[in-house]
Write a protein of this length. Structure first.
Length: 244
């Protein structure tokens, strides 16, 4: 009898669509039971509580648990999250031990040096101000990078069209979060794919040797490397994920 095919959960970032993982979902479909999930409150999904990080992670954890149960014994769940989706996956992996087998954070904002954590937290105040939507738009445009401007406009438009109740609290919580305690508590192999975020790979490994790094910055792929450099991201996933 063939072993069960492991579920692979793909989580997009704040305001984003799980279809942004189309290239990776297609390439890995033969090795995994691929499940691109929309975040709560996004793209027709019902909201989760107050829309903040904890409520979103709870809802996502329940959905992952249902997938794991449906896959049968021995099929560990791997989670790949882009940006805030990676932070959601990190929270799930730490708070629900045994649910996540491996975790990939694609350019997630999880700095580990004191200065970088302080800079990230300093940006959280703007989310609560009257110009929050303009700040969001400017931040997303700047994070995209120099590649594929037409696709950039499509992605930014999708983020801005997402309900405020889903975007604003999640964005604020991710910026305010000090990820170091969560990263230190992680007990499964993890990989941070750095494309634009201020995440020091050496400091990350020192904090938790289970967390490795892959640096895609030389490709100038910006914050959405799964879209601008899909082959490179797929290759990294194949190397890291069991059976990829």
């Amino acid at each position: 009898m063939s072993p069960p095919v492991s579920p692979l959960v793909l989580l997009p970032g704040t305001g984003c669509d799980s279809g942004q993982f189309h290239h990776q979902a297609t390439a890995l479909a033969g090795a995994f039971e691929v499940h691109p999930l929309q975040l709560p409150g996004h793209r027709g999904q019902p909201p989760a509580g107050d829309g903040g990080l904890a409520a979103v992670a709870d809802r996502v954890a329940d959905r992952i648990a249902a997938l794991a149960a449906g896959a049968g014994a021995g099929a560990g769940v791997s989670v790949v999250g882009h940006s805030a989706g990676g932070v959601v996956g990190l929270l799930v992996a730490v708070q629900r031990p045994g649910l996540v087998e491996r975790l990939v954070l694609v350019d997630s904002n999880v700095p580990v040096t004191e200065d970088a954590v302080r800079r990230k937290a300093g940006r959280a105040g703007a989310v609560h101000g009257p110009r929050w939507r303009q700040v969001l738009e400017e931040s997303m445009r700047a994070a995209w990078g120099p590649r594929l401007p037409v696709l950039r406009e499509q992605v930014v438009a999708g983020i801005l069209a997402t309900d405020e109740a889903a975007v604003r609290p999640l964005w604020a919580d991710v910026l305010a979060l000090d990820p170091r305690p969560l990263l230190a508590a992680l007990r499964v192999p993890a990989l941070h794919v750095r494309s634009s975020r201020d995440v020091d790979g050496a400091a990350l490994a020192a904090l938790n040797p289970l967390v490795a790094s892959a640096d895609l910055r030389p490709l100038r792929a910006g914050h959405w490397p799964q879209l601008t450099e899909p082959g490179a991201v797929t290759a990294v996933l194949r190397e890291f994920l069991p059976g990829g």
